[in-house]
Design a protein around this ligand. Structure first.
Ligand code: APR
Length: 338
């Protein structure tokens, strides 16, 4: 997915460029600025001296020196006052200036910290939204892999009530062990066989055990109607929603190349989070989401907190992928494309 939110130390990111949340002097400081200078070594400070500072909202570039990245892009975020002094526009400009500079230097991957969300006092959840909006806007027009590196768990401010509500929902439906039911196991094996069939390898369907004859009969019926795979259903739903392909995969934060791989290869089996990202982008009701997952060989499982949290939002018709990610993040789950 072209934009991912990851929890990491930005100085460890192996990307073409990392972005530094600097101050106007560019001569180092604390927080991520200090961490980057320490990891890059003294040559970074020498290179920064030659830049003669940087204005808020603008960006300048140096080599990465001892860091695992090729470049460091230095930008200066706004100091938060009260939100009524142009802070949002200035912060957004930091991301746009840094991305433009990365693009100009042929960078294919960039990692950002949460600019201004530390010493400069920008409220974290708002800082994340500004970052996601600015980066997503850039990715509508450009190909690049962008990471938003959050360093502390409190980057998202999920409301206490929502957190408690989801925790209660998980308690209601979560099953302890990963007890895959017989029919799920049978369905998964059958989907694997069908994928191989699509790929030209003829192989008898797995024999279902006697006790599963019922599921076998039902599944035979479903298989007889399996004239529509995941790829076909996805394209059909895009048409039904009167969306363009590009609008759909951009909203799902799916890379254009991956989308075309799915579109052109009916047997291609995407990751489960990819299927869910499309279902949310298409705002499919829970039943249709389950259908789409099934066509890719997956199912929402109550043995997975990730699945339960996604199900919680779909049941409530909430397709705000940002709020879903806040909840996933709060429960230490991986995120869906932002
Ligand atoms: N990797 C990723 N993120 C980090 C790291 C790290 N190693 N260290 C800190 N952060 C996060 C912080 O948790 C915060 O969310 O970076 C975000 C930005 O915090 P700051 O580094 O304090 O930057 P900012 O709020 O923009 O303030 C800039 O602080 O360090 C000085 O010289 C800098 O004066 C400037 C001011």
């Amino acid at each position: 997915m072209p934009l991912e939110i990851v929890r990491n130390d930005i100085t460890k990111m192996c990307v073409d460029a990392i972005v530094n949340a600097a101050n106007p002097s560019l001569l180092g400081g604390g927080g991520v600025d200090g961490a980057i200078h320490r990891a890059a070594g003294p040559r970074l400070l020498e290179a920064c001296r030659a830049l003669h500072g940087c204005r808020t909202g603008e960006a300048k570039i140096t080599p990465g020196f001892d860091l695992p990245c090729r470049h460091v892009i230095h930008t200066v975020g706004p100091i938060w006052q009260d939100g009524r002094h142009g802070e949002r526009a200035m912060l957004s400009s930091c991301y746009k200036s840094a991305l433009a500079l990365a693009q100009a230097h042929g960078c294919e991957s960039v990692a950002f910290p949460l600019i201004s969300a530390g010493a400069y006092g920008y409220p974290r959840a708002q800082a994340v939204r500004v970052a996601v909006d600015a980066i997503s806007g850039f990715l509508l027009e450009h190909e690049m892999m962008v990471y938003l590196v959050v360093y502390t768990r409190d980057a998202f401010e999920i409301s206490g009530r929502l957190f408690a509500d989801i925790a209660a929902y998980i308690d209601d439906v979560y099953v302890d062990a990963h007890r895959e039911t017989c029919s799920e196991a049978f369905r998964r094996r059958t989907q694997d066989v069908l994928n191989r069939r699509f790929a030209g390898e003829m192989e008898p369907l797995p024999r279902c055990a006697a006790p599963m004859a019922a599921q076998g009969a039902e599944l035979d019926d479903r298989l007889s109607r399996l004239d529509e795979g995941f790829s076909q259903m996805l394209l059909r739903k895009i048409d039904e929603k009167h969306m363009t392909d590009a609008a759909c995969y951009k909203k799902a934060n799916i890379d254009r190349r991956l989308f075309h791989k799915i579109k052109n290869n009916p047997a291609y089996r995407p990751e489960k989070t990819t299927v869910l990202a499309f279902a949310i982008a298409l705002e499919l009701p829970l039943k249709e989401t389950r259908d789409m997952l099934e066509k890719a060989g997956y199912a929402l499982s109550h043995a997975s907190k990730f699945d339960i949290i996604v199900e919680y939002f779909l049941e409530r018709g909430n397709y705000n992928v940002f709020e879903i990610n806040e909840a996933l993040f709060a429960f230490d789950q991986s995120l869906i494309g932002v």
